[in-house]
Ligand binder design. Structure first.
Ligand code: BES
Ligand code: ZN
Ligand code: ZN
Length: 477
């Protein structure tokens, strides 16, 4: 589906269907009020009504906010895609809401049917925005063109991440992730280095190797970099890329194993972010590291009771092989900090079920030592349409991952606060000079959904992409 801007009044644009957003107050003065009201339309949020004889689709919206426009546009496009129309047009609702409308349309129209034997493509192929506002005034077309180009890059990068996350563990192995990285490097002129098991051994990344040892798909460490000429900042991104998490010998139960193909979502997110950064040509040097590993069972599986030595020399007592993401990240964080001296380091991981218990299934957990930096991220995520919340550290929680045997234990001694104790585990692998420059994002709840919500359809959501681009474009000057 193409989304474009036509610099002409809405009524002169040739399209099959017109989409309008209407508040309950506006409904009272609407030319089709009578028909709409008779059809039961009250202009409530998430309510829509189509008058086919008028080629008009109206969507309810309580107030003009980005959040409501984004999800209303997503709902509208999902409905319109079920009709037989080929094109849809709509007006502007103030320049500030244009980005939200584009994102709603591009993210809301996402479908993933690679595994359907008979995919049913929608006949809707074109969405056309007028530059004219609903009140008849024109918006600045240069501004609109710029917003359109940027929003399309960001939304398409989000859909790129969703496509990767949605692939089965059979189709998207660590090796598959590295192929994706290489082709992205080629198309977007990025540098790309990939380490196989030998490379990981040379780098003394014993924790990451241990997690992947029982899999027939050996691990890969991916490093993509985007290096503009005079970067304002250097940023390191690290992603958990578990192409499957069976739990290992601490095997997951049958029902909780289902969906664990999504455990690579952090790794996919950092690839999507660097894709968008390079297409937006931001003046920021970005390094994306992915620890791509499969956590399986087998005669050579790593075990509860093992002690592993991570890249930075710290020893880890393994008490649960299902807390594997933090082991992979321990090594990848160590490697990333050794290879690149950066201004900030951010990691993205579907790390803990506990994060979902704490914040619910839609919200990313934000953790780290720098209060002001975390607050910046909360603002950026709000602006971007992603949900996030801070989970606070404290010195008592830190004691819960002490080990009698090794430097640190991979699980907490208490069953509460698991998202925070996981982050405090990662803290052991953040260099002293990077403590205040590090933020950890637990996307366990936000990265995947089995029921549609907001702009998301079944499957990967692309969590992390929109909020990171927002933070980079506004806080990184
Ligand atoms: N990948 C999971 C976390 C997860 C759970 C993500 C559900 C998305 C949905 C992670 O590797 C894991 O298994 N964590 C354990 C940690 C525990 C053993 C301390 C968990 O959350 O139960
Ligand atoms: Zn696990
Ligand atoms: Zn996992």
């Amino acid at each position: 589906m193409t989304v474009k801007l036509a610099n002409q009044p809405l009524n002169t644009i040739n399209a099959d269907l017109t989409l309008e957003f209407v508040t309950p107050q506006q409904l009272m003065a609407h030319p089709q009020k009578e028909l709409l009201v008779r059809a039961g339309f009250k202009a409530e949020a998430e309510q829509s009504c189509t008058l086919h004889e008028h080629r008009l689709m109206v969507c309810g919206i309580n107030e003009f906010s980005d959040e409501l426009f984004r999800s209303a546009a997503a709902n509208a496009i999902k409905t319109a895609m079920n009709y037989a129309y080929t094109s849809l047009k709509l007006a502007q609702y103030g320049q500030t809401h244009f980005k939200a409308l584009i994102e709603g349309i591009v993210l809301g129209s996402y479908t993933f049917d690679s595994y359907k034997s008979e995919p049913k493509p929608s006949s809707l192929v074109e969405v056309i925005f007028s530059n004219e506002d609903t009140n008849g005034s024109d918006e600045d077309t240069n501004d609109l063109e710029k917003i359109l180009a940027q929003s399309l890059i960001i939304s398409k990068a989000t859909n790129f991440v969703r496509n990767l996350v949605n692939q089965t563990p059979y189709d998207m192995t660590p090796q598959g992730m590295s192929v994706v990285a290489q082709s992205l490097a080629k198309s977007n002129s990025l540098e790309c280095t990939i380490l196989d098991v030998n490379g990981l051994q040379d780098e003394k990344m014993e924790a990451m190797i241990a997690v992947g040892r029982a899999s027939i798909h050996p691990p890969r460490l991916i490093h993509l970099s985007y290096k503009p000429k005079n970067p304002k900042k250097v940023i390191t991104l690290v992603g958990k890329g578990l192409t499957y998490d069976s739990g290992g010998l601490s095997l997951k139960g049958a029902t909780s194993m289902v969906t664990m193909k999504m455990d690579k979502a952090g790794g996919c997110a950092v690839m999507g972010i660097i894709k968008a950064v390079s297409e937006l040509e931001l003046d920021i040097e970005v390094h994306a590291f992915v620890g791509a590993v499969e956590n399986m069972i087998g005669g050579n599986a790593y075990k509860p009771d093992d002690v592993l030595r991570a890249k930075n020399g710290k020893t880890i007592e393994v008490r649960n092989t299902d807390a594997e993401g933090r082991l992979v990240l321990a090594d990848v964080l160590g490697y990333a900090q050794e290879k690149v001296k950066s201004d900030f380091i951010f990691d993205y991981a579907t790390l803990t079920g506990a994060c979902m218990v704490a914040l619910g299934p839609y919200t990313t957990g934000v953790m780290g030592h720098n209060e002001a930096l975390k607050q910046e991220w909360i603002t950026a995520s709000e602006q971007s349409g992603e949900y996030s919340g801070i989970l606070p550290f404290n010195r008592h929680l830190k004691k819960l991952i002490k080990s009698e045997l090794a430097d640190v234990c991979n699980v907490s001694s208490k069953p509460y606060g698991g998202a925070i104790t996981a982050a405090l585990f990662l803290d052991n692998f953040i260099d002293e000079n990077m403590k205040e420059k590090w933020v950890h994002f637990d996307i366990a709840g936000s990265a995947y959904t089995e029921s549609a919500w907001d702009v998301h359809t079944y499957g990967g959501t692309g969590a992390g992409v929109r909020m990171t681009l927002e933070w980079m474009m506004h806080s990184c000057k």
